[in-house]
Design a protein around this ligand. Structure first.
Ligand code: NAP
Length: 270
């Protein structure tokens, strides 16, 4: 018996990184099945190869209302209900600072990054709310250290992740008492998180930046860079009706202590 015995979830951006780790963990916690919304049709086979009939894949863009509706329908049709929405798909701006933008690139980058990171979460919430109301389920969104602090990206990404905090609070307010709405805010994590097409960075991965893992680990109070699976217990806790029935409008930080970044100099024992 796991913490999510017989539950059904829908995870967006589930083919890699944190989303994939959440799917694995939810199933390990006894979930009946997980619907996934991914944008790359070529990844569908590998999802079915790993999870078999425990997943149902919808291929689409999170910026499309139809794709979100289709993913909710496929999940409910296949597994009979929906208990948890995990809004997770995201793009990062590769630290693009304001002064680096020229011409219409800033507007295009804003539209793409906010489209995925903010509108994508809203559309998923809109599509999933009726099914979640029936089960008195919950929503969990993947936010970031960039939801609270500067420096985790450029102004577009950081603003988009700050917007996520407002979205969680407003949805928690509007959807109470039927649906709990919470978030997990990871810090720097080893994943292939990609950049926006508007900046020509759609194939550039966070994990391929030279020295990224070492630099992040060195800046963390806990002295290491997280792996996607290091965050998944928080999603399980927030999804669990038994273990967090009184928790809504909360963001659990899973960022190796970014708030207290840096470490004290340890004096050698005399
Ligand atoms: P990831 O492995 O690249 O996961 C992001 C997922 O979003 C991928 O599956 C990606 O699909 C999908 N995606 C992007 N745009 C999409 C779109 N328009 N429609 C549908 N799916 C789309 O990277 P990750 O780090 O696990 O990212 C997951 C979340 O964690 C994001 O919200 C990110 O902002 C957040 N986060 C990451 C870090 C970090 O350091 N990695 C830190 C804090 C927060 P493709 O695989 O096809 O590109």
């Amino acid at each position: 018996m796991g913490w999510l015995n017989d539950d059904v979830a829908l995870v967006t951006g589930a083919n890699s990184g944190i989303g994939l780790a959440v799917v694995r963990r939810f199933l390990a916690e006894g979930a009946r099945g997980v619907g996934v919304l991914i944008r790359n049709a070529a990844q569908a086979d590998s999802m079915y190869e790993e999870f078999g009939d425990k997943v149902v894949v919808t291929v689409g863009d999170v910026r499309s209302p139809e794709s979100n509706a289709e993913a909710v329908d496929a999940t409910v049709r296949t597994f009979g209900k929906l208990d948890t929405l995990v809004g997770n798909a995201g793009v990062w701006d590769h630290f693009a600072s304001l002064r680096r933008y020229e011409g219409s690139t800033l507007k295009a980058t804003f539209e793409e990054v906010f489209g995925v990171n903010v509108l994508g979460y809203m559309l998923a919430a809109h599509a999933a709310a009726p099914a979640l109301r029936e089960t008195r389920g919950s929503m969990i969104f993947t936010l970031s250290n960039a939801s609270f602090y500067a420096g985790g990206g450029g102004p577009v990404y950081v603003a988009s992740k700050h917007a996520g905090v407002g979205l969680v609070k407003q949805l928690a307010y509007e959807l109470a008492p039927d649906i709990r709405v919470n978030a997990v805010a990871p810090g720097g994590t080893v994943t292939p998180l990609k950049g926006p097409q508007a900046l020509g960075r759609e194939n550039d991965r966070l994990s391929d930046i030279p020295g990224f893992a070492e630099t992040v680990a060195d800046a963390m109070a806990l002295g290491f860079i997280a792996r996607p699976e290091d965050h998944t217990g928080h999603y399980v806790l927030l999804a669990s009706r038994v273990n967090s029935p009184a928790t809504t409008a909360t963001v659990l930080q899973s960022d190796c202590g970014w708030e207290i970044r840096g470490r004290p100099v340890r004096k050698k024992a005399q």
